[in-house]
Design a binder for this molecule. Structure first.
Ligand SMILES: [Zn+2]
Length: 106
């Protein structure tokens, strides 16, 4: 799964090693379409290619989140239907959510 997002190779390698499950719903990646791995920018800004913003999530979550802002999506009905809670999300997502909530500009 080559990425076409301009993600630096070292970041790509670290994320591939770190994210063994979907960072949102926690599912194990698989061959089935909705469970395939996909590259995710936690904050929807493709210029941010840091370890904090690049993650792997399943195609199902990626499609559900789309271009929605992380916090809005996390608390949405769509995320709830997917079974996404503070228990299923990876640490990298928890940190991003905390940061969003502390910033009044977002
Ligand atoms: Zn998922």
């Amino acid at each position: 799964m080559a990425n076409s997002w301009g993600i630096p190779k070292n970041i790509e390698d670290l994320v591939l090693e770190r994210d063994q499950r979907c960072v949102y719903c926690g599912c194990e990646f698989g061959a089935e379409r909705a469970k395939k791995k996909s590259w995710e920018h936690i904050i929807n800004d493709i210029r941010i290619t840091t370890l904090d913003n690049i993650a792997l999530c399943c195609v199902g979550c990626n499609a559900s989140k789309g271009s929605k802002e992380l916090t809005n999506w996390f608390y949405s009905e769509n995320a709830r239907k997917r079974g996404i809670t503070s228990e299923t999300i990876a640490d990298v997502v928890k940190v991003a959510l905390d940061q969003r909530q502390e910033s009044p500009l977002n």
